[in-house]
Design a protein around this ligand. Structure first.
Ligand code: GLU
Length: 305
């Protein structure tokens, strides 16, 4: 398996030239665009890795399923789904895209920024420091890594250049979808996006989602199986931004990408996979990362379809 992964990294390396690193904040634009790494944890407990799998990068949107899990643990499915919907587009079958749409919770899902910002407000904690501490703790447990922490430079950059997210959060507030003070909620969101991880961390988190809530090796339960089913379904339909349909066809497993260049893939009952390659396509997905996952899926028959 290690050889297969090495081979795929070599085959896909050239695709890093076809993307661009994220530049919406200065801190992310500094990374080298040509890295590519993959790490895999299989259901027999074996670990495999190739390429730049030990590199650290920020989790960015891959924290969204973790925010959702924490909100579910704190409030249950009924409460959470009543506040943020689960539909990919939130639009009816005959929607005319040019129309002005009312913002209501049914039209959001937890994998878009607005939905994830609401998740931050649903997570329990007396203060926003408490909330982010609990998100960090859940991330460490899911990844089996106590050393996971926040990248302070990226966090400072997110906060300094977060106008768009501020606009989204104030819009949520004006529609009555956010109870807490906007800046407090954003504090949690910006810090959560700035959690620093490796491919191995993402593979571990993906494994727990693939293994109905239990960790590899120790088989310790971190979250109820019903929550992994909920999260995986949303990842399948909404996890790869507006490239989720194409990804479902080409790779065919639940996954979440982030603009830091990471992809966490969940192969139900079989494996968790972490990818890092920061050159992104225009939708924000790692170009070489998707290519590698597509080839891996073909080789190992990973598609659930
Ligand atoms: N911190 C980023 C933002 O909210 C995350 C974006 C992403 O990875 O999709 O703008």
């Amino acid at each position: 398996m290690d050889e297969l992964l090495e081979q795929l990294v070599n085959d896909c390396m050239g695709y890093t030239k076809e993307g661009r690193v994220a530049s919406y904040i200065p801190e992310l634009s500094k990374v080298s665009p040509d890295a590519l790494g993959v790490y895999m944890i299989a259901s027999d407990g074996k670990h495999y890795g190739a390429g730049d799998h030990a590199a650290h990068f920020t989790i960015q949107s891959i924290v969204k399923p973790i925010l959702l899990l924490q909100a579910l643990l704190d409030n249950g499915i009924e409460f959470v789904s009543a506040r943020v919907g689960t539909e990919a587009t939130g639009k009816p079958f005959d929607a005319i895209n040019v129309s002005e749409q009312r913002l209501d919770s049914e039209n959001l899902n937890p994998m878009v920024n607005m939905g994830a910002i609401v998740m931050c407000s649903l997570i329990h904690g007396d203060t926003y420091q408490d909330k982010i501490r609990r998100v960090l703790e859940l991330t460490r447990r899911l990844a089996g890594n106590r050393e996971i922490d926040i990248d302070e430079a990226v966090y400072a950059s997110e906060k300094a250049y977060g106008s768009k997210n501020r606009a989204l959060a104030y819009l949520l507030k004006s529609y009555g979808l956010l109870e807490d003070p906007v800046e407090d909620v954003l504090e949690c969101y910006f810090q959560a996006c700035s959690i620093s991880v490796t491919c191995k961390d993402l593979a571990n988190i993906g494994f727990v989602l693939a293994n109905r809530g239990r960790t590899p090796g120790a088989n310790e339960r971190v979250v109820p199986a019903a929550y992994t089913q909920y999260v995986n379904a949303i990842l399948m339909t909404c996890g790869m931004y507006n490239g989720s349909g194409d990804f479902a066809i080409r790779v065919g497993v639940p996954a979440k990408s982030g603009v830091g260049g990471g992809i966490m893939a969940v192969v139900p009952t079989r494996m968790g996979i972490g990818i890092y390659s920061p050159a992104l396509d225009t939708k924000g997905n790692s170009v070489a990362g998707i290519q590698l996952l597509e080839k891996l899926s073909q080789q190992l028959y990973l598609s659930i379809f």
